[in-house]
Write a protein that binds this ligand. Structure first.
Ligand code: CP
Length: 313
């Protein structure tokens, strides 16, 4: 196993690399729930730099660090930082990476995390770079699928904004390592980019493409829904045309398998009806919790603590 320094994309991860993090996360779940205390990160500091809004990613990293006995520093709002005076991202990274043992970065520009990793003196963890990648979300998505369903012989529908959805882009490559059957469900304007479909097919993944959820709802194990992201559309008129084109309702899922689970990276706007929340299918709030043990596992890996976790009883 290669030492893991930066976490920029999971595209080239092997199944063994994914499995290793998922196993670590499982060991860490009692600490994530506060049932067991840990000081494994005592003396360590995590820096959080978020240039785009976030609730789950930012706060689950903060919780992960605190539950492990470490501390975090947060740049706070971009307007309150020296970015507002014109400081470049690379200068900010050069400075902040001297203040902390690892840096979590979310940025609207695709490739920002990779660029940051080239000028940082500590590991960079990509918390989302524009429409590029969101690798820590992918890891928690895999963990959710493993805990709430199964990763082997998985039949999954990826739905919503497949064009701009970075969680979808990262997850596709990860699912290919488990030879999942992938059904892509979106309006034609929001189809998964051809280069990713081609990559999946080159990896011998069975990919189907449809605009209608009813084509696949009876067969799937997981329905992974995503928000149509207003902020990624260059043309507001294009967003208005597609914004209400997909919605998961109780009626739609009536013919689904009883064990079919619905996931969503959140936030949702109106793409899953609120009355789906109290069905056995809804797994999206559990998925948000699983961000804590998975991000604990990522921090342990990045900061070289994984052997101490494995030795835990
Ligand atoms: N899933 C996710 O990235 O959520 P946040 O934008 O709230 O971090």
């Amino acid at each position: 196993m290669q030492p893991m320094h930066h976490i920029i994309s999971t595209r080239e991860y092997t199944k063994e690399m994914f499995d290793e993090i998922l196993e670590l996360a499982e060991k860490l779940e009692p600490i994530a729930k506060g049932e067991v205390q840990s000081k494994v990160m005592d003396g360590k500091i995590l820096a959080l730099l978020f240039f785009e809004p976030s609730t789950r990613t930012r706060m689950s990293f903060e919780t992960a660090m605190l539950r492990l006995g470490g501390q975090f520093i947060n740049m706070g709002a971009v307007e309150a930082s020296s970015i507002a005076k014109g400081e470049s991202l690379s200068d900010t990274i050069r400075v902040v990476s001297q203040y902390a043992d690892a840096v979590v970065l979310r940025h609207p520009r695709e490739g920002a995390a990779l660029m940051a990793s080239e000028c940082a003196s500590t590991p960079i963890i990509n918390a989302g770079d524009g429409a590029g990648h969101h690798p820590t979300q992918t890891l928690l998505d895999l963990y959710t699928i493993k805990r709430e369903s199964h990763l082997d012989n998985l039949n999954i529908a990826l739905a919503g904004d497949l064009k701009y959805g970075r969680t979808i882009h990262s997850l596709c490559y990860a699912l290919s390592r488990y030879h999942a059957k992938i059904n892509l469900v979106s309006p034609p304007e929001l189809r998964l980019p051809d280069r990713i479909v081609d990559d999946l097919r080159k990896r011998n993944i069975d990919v189907t493409i449809t605009t209608d959820m009813e084509d696949v709802i009876e067969d799937i194990d997981i329905l992974y829904m995503t928000r149509i992201q207003r902020e990624r559309f260059p043309d507001p008129a294009e967003f208005n045309r597609v914004s209400n084109s997909m919605r998961i309702t109780r009626e739609l899922i009536q013919t689904a398998k009883p064990e079919m689970k619905i996931m969503h990276p959140l936030p949702r706007v109106n793409e899953i009806s609120f009355d789906v929340d109290d069905t056995e299918h809804a797994a999206y709030f559990k998925q948000a919790f699983y961000g804590v043990p998975v991000r604990m596992a990522i921090l342990c890996k990045v900061l070289g603590m994984e052997d101490r976790i494995r030795e835990m009883k």
